[in-house]
Design a protein around this ligand. Sequence first.
Ligand code: HEM
Length: 258
Amino acid sequence: MSPHDSKSDSNDAHRDVDYGSYLALESLLELQRPRSSPEHPDELLFIIVHQASELWFKVILHEFDALITRLASGDAPASLQAIKRINGLVGIVTNQLSALDTLPPQRFAQFRGYLGSSSGSQSIQFRAIEAVSGLRDPHFLQALTEHGPVPPLVQRALDRPTLQDLFGALLAKHGVTIEKIYASEEHTTLLLLAEELLEYEQGFARWRFLHVQLVERIIGPGTGGTGGTLGAKYLQKTISQRFFPDLWAIRARVYGGR
Ligand code: HEM
């Protein structure tokens, strides 16, 4: 019987587990701690959207471990499954941003001071996702050290091959190149995988775009965050960063000059 078989889980040892204890709800629901005094009615939403995003970042990073193992083993169908799940998760985290569209600037200003020097640019998990996805350009590497030394989670991601490298190695194992999969109809799973990786890039850029719009909507275009020195202008630049330049370049080669 496999350790994940439901029958093995229903034995006596787990009888005391219920919804609340399994999910550690008592601890989880203790973790939203608005700092404004008197408590600003919008601060709870602000905290929860950020905390929920960090939880999704955690599971995205977890799923990247599976994706990397599958890409490295050359298993295209399993890699396709993994990147599809990641794309679903990125969609969820992106859609959550809209919860803050209902926060007008003057209301945010009423509790912004209580955030101290917090800034989303200090999100270690976000930087780890960018690193594991393959960002290595100087603009990104500069942002990594904006708040001190590179955290171990990010360093671990930087030490791994980029997704683009892993995908290239997978194609080599299958004896094809990016050009070849785009030129023929034969390697369908490989082509779907390439397209799904591009979908990931687009999904991530969608988060960046909606986030920068949210920032401009709530604090304006010229300003930096509460503690960050990067600001909305920095965020605008990040939209053009690419995880898979080779997959974009193939478009230029196939359609360029037409
Ligand atoms: C009221 C809504 C929000 C405002 C006004 C805001 C503001 C900002 C600003 C100004 C920056 C640029 C860095 C800086 O100057 O501090 C930034 C970066 C960032 N924020 Fe937000 N943010 C908001 C919501 C969110 C949410 C819900 C998340 C989800 C976790 C988030 C995550 C991030 C991340 C990861 C960065 C770094 C992005 C990068 O470097 O590409 N922000 N934010």
